[in-house]
Design a protein around this ligand. Structure first.
Ligand SMILES: NC(=O)c1ccc[n+]([C@@H]2O[C@H](COP(=O)([O-])OP(=O)(O)OC[C@H]3O[C@@H](n4cnc5c(N)ncnc54)[C@H](OP(=O)(O)O)[C@@H]3O)[C@@H](O)[C@H]2O)c1
Length: 231
């Protein structure tokens, strides 16, 4: 049984993941972290929770302002981490990788837990080998803090690696949307559009559980993307 500490457990993403742990046979909730849980059935900081619980892995789904700090705290305690909080920049990735190597701990940063989004990125990388004109349009709710989205940046990285050209990213923030993205390729008199639509945050739960099951088997250091453990 893998014991999971969920940081951001009261959030729109953390709450359904914490609830799904109760139904899993091989995963269990070790503790919940959120500032609003102070004095209730949970912890206000990751450090406090690590000291008081027996956890095997940390899931962080909080905010770009604190996701890196929470990850570094867990690494220092020797705990594998699934980081689902978006907005981590390259410098942050390097700091986490260095700390994880030093502590001999695996960390999986997953900008998008939706399996359909991971397939969209994979297919985009494949198309970019042939089609060098590409643009990305990402759509999210206005509450999303980071812009462009982590998924758009990751897709741009993959397309650039395959084609040598970095695609332009357009970000739209509009009520009613959870998380959508189109990757549009153009060539002479033809276009190809790959579109991922997320209808609710339940779409992120299966990928998050898969990441929690498999992160400990990864090599020490930072790994990026659900595709690292999908196959
Ligand atoms: N990887 C993916 O597939 C995916 C999908 C959707 C969203 N996300 C990302 O996941 C993150 C959370 O999104 P959300 O929509 O769930 O946000 P949300 O509804 O605002 O929830 C944020 C959670 O983090 C907690 N939190 C915030 N700051 C904290 C701090 N300093 N210390 C402890 N807990 C803190 C909040 O509780 P308190 O305010 O009580 O502290 C709350 O439980 C964002 O970065 C978002 O972009 C990722």
């Amino acid at each position: 049984m893998t014991r999971v500490l969920v940081s951001g457990a009261t959030g729109k993403l953390g709450a359904p993941i914490a609830a799904a742990l109760a139904d899993a046979d091989d995963l269990t909730l070790a503790g919940r972290v959120a500032r609003s849980l102070t004095g209730q059935d949970g912890f206000s900081t990751v450090a406090e929770a690590l000291a008081a619980t027996q956890a095997d892995v940390l899931l962080d789904v909080t905010s770009p302002a604190v996701g890196e700090a929470h990850t570094l705290t867990a690494i220092a305690a020797g705990l594998p981490v699934v980081l689902g909080t978006t907005g981590l920049d390259k410098a942050g990735e390097e700091r986490i990788h260095a700390a994880a190597i030093a502590a001999d701990v695996p960390v999986l940063y997953v900008p998008n837990f939706a399996i359909t989004a991971v397939l969209m990125m994979r297919f985009a990388a494949e198309a970019a080998k042939v089609l060098d004109q590409c643009a990305i349009v990402e759509e999210h709710n206005p509450a999303k803090v980071d812009r462009p989205s982590g998924t758009a940046l990751r897709t741009a990285d993959l397309v650039e690696a395959a084609s040598g050209t970095r695609p332009e990213i357009s970000s739209i923030r509009i009520e009613g949307v959870v998380a959508n993205q189109s990757v549009i390729f153009g060539a002479g008199a033809q276009t190809l559009e790959l579109r991922n639509v997320t209808l609710s945050r339940e779409a992120f739960v299966p990928g998050a559980l898969l990441a929690l099951r498999r992160v400990a088997a990864l090599t020490p250091g930072l790994h990026v993307g659900l595709e690292q453990i999908l196959d």
